[in-house]
Design a protein around this ligand. Structure first.
Ligand code: IMP
Length: 188
């Protein structure tokens, strides 16, 4: 079950409370700046954006709304989290269908947390012979990073605390929320 407080600044999902951490407006302003940076760099390179589903569907859509140059958009599906924990057991689907040879590739991700997903994905992509690879992620949790990952575009670096909304889920809930909400500490 998911429900809101009367003024909608707290959302409760399965008995856990999350409060607004990044507003829709803050997110959109930051995405505009990232879209400008990417456009400047890739305008004449016909890049391929590789959107990591499910979490990055909103970030990708809002990013592409602001980019009007030649590019391709492809999707892969990655799953690692069970509720609030990474299982370290990462499944990557759809990579066999993407053609990246000699292309500039920009991975579009919702959040880089431990960095394990990107650490596994990048070598798989490199085997397909791209001209370059870069990562654009809306969020990083740099305090949680355990793997060396080279990230070119970052929206916000946030504390190591669970967040939902704007594509990010808790047990598949909350992806539809337009703000990003952070778990409220439970004081016992
Ligand atoms: P990593 O492999 O540890 O870097 O984790 C990356 C994936 O974990 C992301 O693509 C998300 O799907 C998920 N994830 C990490 N932190 C959060 C969070 O705070 N909320 C929701 N999903 C998260």
């Amino acid at each position: 079950m998911m429900y809101f407080s009367p003024n909608k600044d707290v959302v409760t999902i399965e008995e856990m409370d999350f409060s607004v951490y990044l507003s829709d407006q803050q997110i959109q302003e930051r995405i505009s700046a990232i879209a400008d940076d990417i456009s400047q760099e890739y305008i004449d390179k016909n890049p391929i954006f590789l959107v990591v589903l499910n979490g990055a569907f909103r970030f990708g859509a809002d990013l592409f709304n602001r980019m009007d140059f030649a590019c391709e958009i492809q999707f892969i599906r990655v799953k690692s989290y069970e509720k609030m924990k990474s299982t370290k057991n990462i499944t990557i689907k759809g990579i066999e269908e993407v053609r990246l040879k000699d292309r500039h590739v920009i991975i579009v991700e919702d959040i880089v947390d431990s960095g394990l997903t990107m650490h596994r994905l990048i070598p798989m992509l490199e085997e397909l012979g791209p001209k370059s690879t870069a990562i654009a992620t809306l969020l990083t949790k740099s305090d949680a990073l355990e793997h060396d990952v080279d990230i070119k575009y970052v929206g916000f670096d946030i504390p190591d605390r669970f967040v939902v909304g704007y594509g990010l889920d808790y047990d598949e809930m909350g992806r539809n929320l337009s703000h990003i909400y952070q778990l409220i500490d439970i004081i016992e």
